[in-house]
Design a protein around this ligand. Structure first.
Ligand code: 5AD
Ligand code: SF4
Length: 463
């Protein structure tokens, strides 16, 4: 069920009002994003609303009449950082009485946080949750007309997915397209199901129409997003959706994240293999290599069943890029459990691993589990794990020296403007020297050197 055509209509009604307010002042806005790709995607939509209402992107806070913080609460450190940022906003609010300050996203749905912001930051004008994004125009209108704070933390499980929001894309080459929202998995360490709500799949027609629209704007690469894309159920399966997404004219690369090992099967791997546009890359979070810890995490797979999936993936696509997420220091993790994780890294030899130190999230089952791992031990294990994975990443990168890789060119390298940068289908960054600039095009690059974080190469030919 899609909602909010009414809200869309209303944003047009409010736009005139906001335009008037902005006419004499600073029509600038900033969206400050914390967290995952889903948050980045949400921020593109917030920017879409703001531009539809007459705001324009600003470079400095002084030029803003609207600043919004889109927050994340997956790990605890984010909270302290947000409060620091909010504290800093006071000076801008004092200097510019028209500045509207908003805070939104997952963290607002977390117990106690919105309350703390209400109490400690009286100058935060709008507070809303991850499921109320489509209401921004109305909330903003309320603040501007009634000069009082607007709060919307609605969390109605029956609420449908908001469709039709405008978006300002941060790249002209790659874009994120959410295919589902929420999560039903309740991994015991994770706050996401509590703040983002139950799993809801978008209608495939809405997804494919959005992709066609993006192709029309020149986008070449789309990443399909969801907390667990393998359990997508929009009337067709995820494998079916991948095949359809791969058939859209102009979209030359389709990526997806995140997959859950308990829900991925041969049908999805074959869809990746059979569909040219779908990149041969799988991000499959392992979280731990110990069966005992996987049980405590409520992950619903064993290390052997995980290995079996990757063996099947490599059998179907020998060159497939593999990445993962690992958590160290989960409650009760012993040195033996940790060694099981290290052993899994050596066995799989991932191209890349995102490694996290366990962060206790109030309200999750793991927060009440015995056996808290002391900070010193967590950090020591984290460092050892990083050492091993960095070595493996470098070894795997070095293995591609001498090969020719097809790269989607993203632009000039941030670290060295004389270099261009792009990514391989397996998601490795490649920097290469060239006289011409051709962002958005494909190039074949001869790989000449390899580092831990990127490959280096020479232009072999434009494709
Ligand atoms: N502590 C540490 N890492 C976490 N993740 C999720 N919740 C936590 C937590 N409480 C990690 C998982 C997940 C990734 C997005 O964030 O590895 O896959
Ligand atoms: Fe969190 Fe697990 Fe859902 Fe991922 S699958 S969002 S880790 S509960």
């Amino acid at each position: 069920m899609a909602i909010m055509s009414d809200e869309r209509y209303e944003s047009g009604k409010y736009a005139g009002y906001v335009n008037n307010i902005n006419a004499g002042g600073h029509p600038g806005y900033m969206v400050k994003t914390f967290g995952c790709q889903m948050n980045e995607s949400d921020s593109e939509k917030l920017a879409g609303w703001l531009e539809a209402m007459g705001y324009r992107p600003a470079v400095t806070e002084e030029d803003c009449s609207f600043i919004i913080f889109n927050t994340c609460c997956v790990r605890e450190s984010a909270e302290q950082r947000l409060f620091g940022h909010l504290g800093e906003m006071k000076k801008y609010k004092t200097a510019n009485k028209d500045l509207v300050l908003a805070v939104c996203g997952c963290m607002m749905q977390q117990e106690g946080v919105a309350e703390k912001i209400r109490r400690s930051y009286p100058y935060a004008d709008i507070i809303f949750g991850a499921n109320s994004m489509h209401k921004l125009p109305r909330l903003l209108h309320e603040v501007l007309t009634q000069r009082r704070r607007a709060v919307d933390l609605e969390d109605d499980p029956a609420q449908g997915i908001a469709e039709g929001m405008p978006a300002v894309r941060s790249s002209g080459i790659s874009a994120y397209v959410p295919i589902m929202h929420g999560c039903d998995n309740f991994c015991t360490y994770c706050i996401v199901p509590y703040v983002r709500g139950r799993e809801k799949s978008r209608d495939p027609k809405d997804i494919l129409d959005e992709m066609r629209g993006l192709a029309g704007e020149g986008i070449k690469e789309i990443t399909l997003l969801g907390q667990n894309v393998n359990s997508y159920d929009g009337g067709i399966s995820f494998a079916g959706l991948l095949r359809k997404a791969g058939g859209i004219d102009g979209i030359e690369r389709v990526r997806f994240m995140t997959s859950h090992p308990k829900d991925i099967g041969r049908d999805i791997l074959e869809a990746i293999h059979d569909t040219d546009a779908v990149c041969n890359h799988l991000h499959l979070p392992l979280q731990s290599g110990s069966d005992r810890i996987l049980g405590l995490m409520n992950r619903n797979y064993s290390r052997d069943s995980y290995f079996a999936i990757l063996d099947m993936a490599r059998e179907i696509m020998p060159g497939i890029g593999l990445s993962t997420d690992i958590i160290v220091g989960f409650p009760g993790e012993t040195e033996e459990d940790f060694q099981d994780t290290m052993d899994a890294l050596e066995r799989v030899r991932f191209d890349f691993a995102f490694t996290f130190i366990y962060s206790r999230r109030k309200g999750t089952p793991a927060a009440e589990m015995p056996g808290e791992v002391p900070d010193g031990i967590k950090h020591d294990r984290f460092d050892r794990m990083l050492g091993v994975q960095n070595r493996i990443t470098l070894e795997r990168n070095k293995a591609s020296i001498g090969t020719v890789e097809t790269v989607l060119v993203e632009g000039t390298s941030r670290t060295d403007p004389s270099m261009m940068t792009g990514r391989t289908g397996s998601n490795k960054i490649v920097n290469f020297r060239t006289g011409g600039t051709k962002a958005g095009g494909f190039a074949e690059i001869l790989i000449t050197d390899a580092r831990t974080w990127h490959l280096e190469g020479e232009l072999y030919r434009w494709k």
